[in-house]
Write a protein that binds this ligand. Sequence first.
Ligand SMILES: *[C@@H]1O[C@H](CO)[C@@H](O)[C@H](O)[C@H]1NC(C)=O
Ligand SMILES: *[C@@H]1O[C@H](CO)[C@@H](O)[C@H](O)[C@H]1NC(C)=O
Ligand SMILES: *[C@@H]1O[C@H](CO)[C@@H](O)[C@H](O)[C@H]1NC(C)=O
Ligand SMILES: *[C@@H]1O[C@H](CO)[C@@H](O)[C@H](O)[C@H]1NC(C)=O
Length: 175
Amino acid sequence: MRARFITAASYLLLILGAFALLARPLQAQTVSEFVAEHPDVSTFFTLANATLLREAETLSTSRTLVTVFAPDNTAFRRLPARVTRKLHQNHTLLNDVLLYHVTLGNLTKPELIVRRRFRAHTLYDNQTILIRASSRVITVNGLRVVKPGFPFDLGTVYTIDGVLVPPSLTREILG
Ligand SMILES: *[C@@H]1O[C@H](CO)[C@@H](O)[C@H](O)[C@H]1NC(C)=O
Ligand SMILES: *[C@@H]1O[C@H](CO)[C@@H](O)[C@H](O)[C@H]1NC(C)=O
Ligand SMILES: *[C@@H]1O[C@H](CO)[C@@H](O)[C@H](O)[C@H]1NC(C)=O
Ligand SMILES: *[C@@H]1O[C@H](CO)[C@@H](O)[C@H](O)[C@H]1NC(C)=O
């Protein structure tokens, strides 16, 4: 189980790799360039880049499409110091939390709106997030999407205004 989801961790690397390696001329963005263009999500992508780098070595060239719900930097700053400390001290925990922000499939905004209310499986232990969408507002586990999805080589990225906590890790993280 564990191994499967460590492998799943590599999907997030695919996202990062997409910018650096698979980028087509129109979207030729390295991670650094991407972060430069979207400085409001630099914390998330920097953490992902640093934490999941080892898995990059096991990356296949699988072109699995994903959707990323990336907390903005304010969301990370708002975390209690105790929580931030835990995430920095425990890489497994950080990996798990980061993976909980990534779901399989290219969920574009029109598709979210059509589906309205559904659970999407994340790369963290196949646990789900609840997505609710109307033309005015989209939420993920109650957190708001603050920036519309923008496309990249392997799917879509949305910015959200909080950090998602997997229910199974609530005690570990907040306790
Ligand atoms: C990602 O990690 C690589 C290697 O450590 C580093 O060169 C690069 O600057 C990092 N990019 C970001 C956005 O943190
Ligand atoms: C790190 O977090 C994981 C959950 O992701 C937990 O199972 C483990 O016990 C934690 N390790 C330590 C040393 O706290
Ligand atoms: C995740 O759960 C769904 C529904 O329970 C199942 O269909 C799917 O195969 C599971 N995926 C993985 C990778 O375990
Ligand atoms: C995701 O879906 C949108 C809308 O259908 C499409 O334009 C885009 O190319 C898709 N992304 C990928 C990586 O296939």
